[in-house]
Design a protein around this ligand. Structure first.
Ligand SMILES: Cc1cc2nc3c(=O)[nH]c(=O)nc-3n(C[C@H](O)[C@H](O)[C@H](O)COP(=O)(O)OP(=O)(O)OC[C@H]3O[C@@H](n4cnc5c(N)ncnc54)[C@H](O)[C@@H]3O)c2cc1C
Length: 448
């Protein structure tokens, strides 16, 4: 893929902006043109040649605005980047142009002592935000397992859920996002304050329809989560116990189940597995004894690991969500993965697929709340064979009733429910009428 060179006049304008770092070294252009898309062999092929022509790091809101204006005037594609941990090539500049690093805008602006609602700049790392919230007795409701390195803006624009989804569902559920500040890509750019209903169109839109400079988010009262592991002999027992734990009257932050071959390959900080399937749970202190009782009733082995130590980087949460995939790939990069909501009865569907795919498919489940209803999400490990096998597996999953969120595609719609969201497209029309933001990622816009 060959990019059109940046107009010299545009470069000259950008280099005159105070509070803007320009990054032009080839190795850095390469680095900032990639994210964690290599989990997908399909995307690896598709995206490896994409490269920014210039990377910029604004140190002030004014600089963000001037970059947006220059890109609009010279018709330069503009792709936003938080920490670059996305898995779908979300911040890969398909058409080159400018990649803008949002990480220097990282201030927590306000935590409302009465409601816990936080105003935070988009480049703030989730770890730093969570630490600041803790000082006010609050915590984030939802976190990706990359919470130490990922930015809040990147999570909102590119992520979906994770740790906390067992209780709080997904980022797009009403109630999490309460507003945002946005800079448009126009000449001159506008700075807009969007209320919750307007802001929703930028939620999980891959930065295609506005530059988010700050977010207003709901938070939860802080709970000192306790780590629990429970081992089960059979997969059926493990799934049954997972559902009973999730349905119990206990406060959970995480409710994960891993098939034994996965447990055997994980870092050993959660102990050896002896061929058993393992539940990993984060639970409030008053729920530990209940989980122990449920485990005993199921004939499973209960282990109370202790209070979560967030400074270590070796917590149970770092073994879950797509960190499970990360650890498996560290052992053997031939593993890739899928994401889906399992159909009911979940066990029957999983057994059918297991019979067909054997050890090429290893089950990893996460309990989530989907529109208020408990569901089993799966992020199974899939041994990579070829694109046709992957397509066949997805077709079989869909035939059984699974809803696939395909992590091997680059568009917002392809990775979601496959349908165009008219609000997202309309917001792009309002905030980026020339279609310069992250071009090629919003199929509804490209089609129109
Ligand atoms: C090991 C691993 C585990 C993961 N686990 C999870 C998980 O549990 N849950 C989950 O949802 N995701 C997960 N992810 C994906 C990813 O880490 C998260 O979604 C993360 O929150 C993305 O944040 P980021 O700062 O890295 O965003 P980036 O990758 O930098 O950006 C993501 C998207 O947001 C856009 N964007 C960034 N900043 C802005 C802005 N200011 N305005 C508008 N658009 C912007 C980008 O253009 C891009 O499209 C995981 C990834 C890996 C590699």
């Amino acid at each position: 893929m060959t990019n059109a060179p940046l107009p010299a006049a545009a470069l000259a304008e950008l280099s005159r902006i105070a509070d803007l770092e320009l990054i032009e070294k080839p190795a850095e252009l390469e680095h900032f043109s990639r994210d964690a898309y290599d989990y997908s062999p399909v995307l690896r092929l598709e995206l490896q040649a994409c490269r920014a022509d210039l990377v910029v790091r604004p140190l002030s809101l004014e600089a963000v605005s001037v970059v947006a204006g220059v890109c609009c005037r010279y018709h330069i594609p503009l792709t936003l980047r938080g920490a670059g941990t996305g898995n779908y090539g979300q911040c890969v500049p398909l058409r080159g142009g400018v990649v803008m690093l949002m990480g220097a805008l990282n201030q927590v602006l306000n935590i409302d002592p009465a409601t816990g609602v936080v105003d935070v700049q988009s480049g703030c790392l989730l770890r730093d935000l969570d630490q600041q919230l803790a000082r006010s007795g609050r915590q984030l409701r939802l976190l990706p397992s990359t919470w130490r390195t990922a930015s809040v803006g990147g999570f909102l624009a590119g992520g979906s859920g994770g740790i906390g989804s067992v209780r709080w569902g997904f980022l797009r559920d009403p109630g999490h996002l309460l507003g945002m500040d946005v800079v448009t890509v126009e000449d001159p750019p506008r700075t807009l304050r969007l209320q919750a209903s307007e802001a929703e169109a930028l939620n999980h839109a891959y930065g295609t329809n506005g530059i988010i400079t700050s977010l207003k988010l709901a938070t939860a009262p802080a709970i000192a989560w306790q780590e629990v592991c429970i081992d089960c002999q059979t997969w059926g027992d493990a799934v049954g116990l997972l559902i009973r734990c999730a349905a119990a009257a206990v406060d959970l932050h995480l409710c994960t189940l891993l098939e034994s071959p996965i447990v055997e390959r994980l870092p050993k900080w959660c102990g050896s597995s002896e061929g058993q399937h393992r539940l990993l749970l984060l639970v409030a202190a008053d729920g530990v004894s209940t989980l122990e009782r449920l485990a005993e009733q199921a004939g499973a082995t209960f282990r109370f690991v202790g209070p979560e130590n967030l400074s270590s980087g070796k917590g149970l949460r770092e073994l879950t969500w797509n960190h499970t995939t990360l650890h498996m790939r560290a052992m053997d990069p031939a593993w890739t993965y899928l994401q889906m909501l399992l159909p009911k009865p979940e066990l029957t569907a999983m057994e059918t697929l297991k019979q067909a795919w054997g050890d090429d498919l290893l089950w990893h489940l996460e309990v989530v709340s989907q529109q208020g209803v408990m569901r089993l999400a799966a992020l199974p490990l899939v041994r990579w064979r070829d694109p046709e096998s992957l397509q066949r597996l997805m077709a079989e999953c869909r035939q059984l009733g699974a809803v696939i969120f395909n992590p091997h595609v680059i568009t917002v719609e392809g990775g979601g429910l496959g349908v165009v969201d008219g609000d997202q497209v309309a917001a792009k029309g309002r905030h980026d009428p020339s279609g310069l933001l992250n071009p090629g990622k919003l199929a509804g816009w490209s089609e129109s």
